[in-house]
Design a protein around this ligand. Structure first.
Ligand code: NAD
Ligand code: UGA
Length: 480
């Protein structure tokens, strides 16, 4: 232990889906360390401090229990960013890194303005030796930008020897919906860096609950690239099986039977072979696009095209589902009520970022449908901002946009959402959708009534027996 820095206080900048749960688990396992999770979003911090634990900004199984054990003991959520930075021995940068919307690299690479502003704030406010940890997922060589900003301020004060920094990359691999178990029992902890004393100091924190053999130490660039590569590989499996789902529908095969047979090969494995409406979430698309950008930057055009095709298939999958719905409803959905069951990008989370529900819903709205949207965890305000944010307003169709906004409604009751609808689309695999009363639903829907099951979670025969037509992703049995 003698060759480690002493860590009494940690600051985490960014109280989002990663910062909040990650720091909660560290606080739970390291009661001797004081952790301040800071954010400039006042409302978010208020929610983290909410007495009613059902109002935490992030919904994750097991999170509220940890928060109730640690909050205001050694875990604090506040907006005093400067103060927390000044007093920290270690600072995690956990801010958002979405794809740039304007300027150079727009639509292709991450917008690093939040990371940069965070680094600048740290460079000004930090005192003594500070270990700065990249927790956000960042394009390869971002650590260089952070180091340049931090070390510039180090140089200015070198005479007084007031502040020094070391920069580590410690990407997060948690998945939403299983964040707490992923954090408590991770497959691996990856720490990239150049200064072994700082690497060992961070490793010692994780060692409080993670077996030593799961801690991987690499150089900075390998760590950054491993994170992008892990997400790209996972997303690639989904796009692969989704492409096969279309062949199944055309050929008479069943994608679940194919996925099961393929996944039984221990060299391939069964995980991430579930077909669906396309991957969503804030990271897969963003991280692959970053990889594509990097490949192009290094002149590796063929490699860039390979990875880009994973994102293209994902978009194609979402589009073909919406087209299937329109075709099945006689090519016309104008004025027809369609129920959307599930708006989160996957079950177990209230996050809607890049949810396939957004693209599918927008396309249905453009075709003139009226949507009845249900989700057990997503709030209607969140749906409103997902559907309307980033919506392209062209001068000529601004009227349409206004109508679109009014043409969807949020329902708390699934059966009311189904009332007078022509079709019902399962987009998120929530458990409550597996156990619906189809007899009751069949009496409420227009005839012919359609169900589109994009997650393959429904029992087809149980639906057909009430006279409802059903389309299931990757089910080619209709070809027999
Ligand atoms: P998020 O949007 O939920 O949270 C980021 C927070 O940072 C926001 O609350 C924002 O207000 C705050 N913030 C931004 N700039 C700030 C600044 N200068 N000072 C103070 N606060 C600031 O994002 P997230 O989902 O937690 O993702 C964070 C990073 O982690 C991203 O790089 C993402 O790619 C990566 N990641 C996310 C997940 C996931 O499941 N969501 C998993 C692994 C890695
Ligand atoms: C993913 C990775 O799994 C995490 O390891 C990573 O840390 C995280 O991205 C990140 O960097 O943000 P997450 O997006 O939260 O986690 O959730 P996943 O379980 O990976 O699901 C992503 C999307 O793929 C969802 O829309 C899900 O429905 C879809 N999916 C997943 C499938 O369609 N099929 C599958 O077999 C698995």
């Amino acid at each position: 232990m003698e060759n480690l820095y002493q860590i009494k206080r940690i600051c985490c900048v960014g109280a989002g889906y990663v910062g909040g749960p990650t720091m909660a688990v560290i606080a739970d396992n390291c009661p001797e360390i004081e952790i301040n999770v800071v954010d400039r979003n006042v409302e978010r911090i208020k929610s983290w401090n909410s007495k009613d634990l059902s109002k935490l900004p992030v919904f994750e199984k097991g999170l509220s229990e940890i928060i109730s054990r640690t909050r205001d003991k050694n875990l604090f959520f506040n907006t005093q960013i400067d103060f927390a930075i000044e007093n920290a021995d270690m600072i995690f940068i956990s801010v958002n890194t979405p794809i740039k919307s304007i300027g150079l690299g727009a639509g292709q690479t991450s917008d690093l303005k939040w990371v940069e502003s965070c680094a600048r704030q740290i460079s000004i406010k930090a005192k003594g030796h500070t270990i700065v940890v990249e927790k956000s997922t960042l394009p390869v060589r971002t650590a260089k930008t952070i180091k340049d900003i931090l070390f510039a301020s180090e140089d200015q004060l070198a005479v007084n020897n007031k502040k020094t920094f070391s920069v580590l990359s410690n990407p997060e691999f948690l998945a939403e919906g299983s964040a707490i178990s992923d954090l408590e029992e991770p497959d691996r902890i990856l720490i990239g860096g150049e200064d072994s004393k700082s690497i060992d100091t961070l490793a010692a924190i994780y060692c409080k609950w993670v077996p030593l053999e799961k801690i991987i130490k690499t150089n900075l660039w390998s760590s950054e690239l491993s994170k992008l590569t892990s997400n790209a590989f996972l997303a690639q499996r989904i796009s692969s099986i989704n492409s096969i789902s279309a062949i199944c529908e055309a050929s008479g095969a069943d994608v679940y039977e194919v996925a099961n047979a393929v996944g039984k090969d221990s060299r391939i494995g069964a995980k991430f072979l579930k077909p669906g409406p396309g991957f969503g979430g804030s990271c897969f698309k963003k991280d692959i696009l970053n990889l594509v950008y990097l490949c192009n930057f290094f002149g590796l055009k063929e490699v860039a095209n390979f990875w880009e095709s994973i994102v293209n298939i994902n978009q194609w999958q979402q589009d073909r589902i919406y087209k299937k719905i329109v075709e099945s409803l006689f090519g016309n959905i104008s004025g027809k009520k369609i129920a959307i069951l599930g708006f989160a990008f996957k079950a177990g989370t209230n996050d809607t970022r890049e949810s396939p529900a957004i693209t599918i819903s927008r396309n249905l709205l453009i075709e003139g449908a009226e949507l009845a949207i249900h989700d057990p965890k997503v709030q209607s305000e969140q749906i409103a901002s997902s559907l309307e944010y980033g919506y392209e307003i062209k001068e000529s169709d601004s009227q349409d946009l206004i109508t679109n906004e009014r043409r969807w409604r949020f329902y708390k009751d699934i059966y009311k959402a189904a009332e007078d609808s022509h079709a019902l689309i399962i987009i998120t695999e929530w458990n409550e959708y597996r156990e619906l009363d189809w007899e009751k639903i069949s009496k409420k829907m227009y005839k012919p009534s359609w169900v589109f099951d994009t997650r393959g979670i429904l029992d087809k025969s149980n639906i057909q027996k009430y006279g409802i037509k059903i389309w299931q992703l990757g089910d080619g049995s209709g070809n027999d």
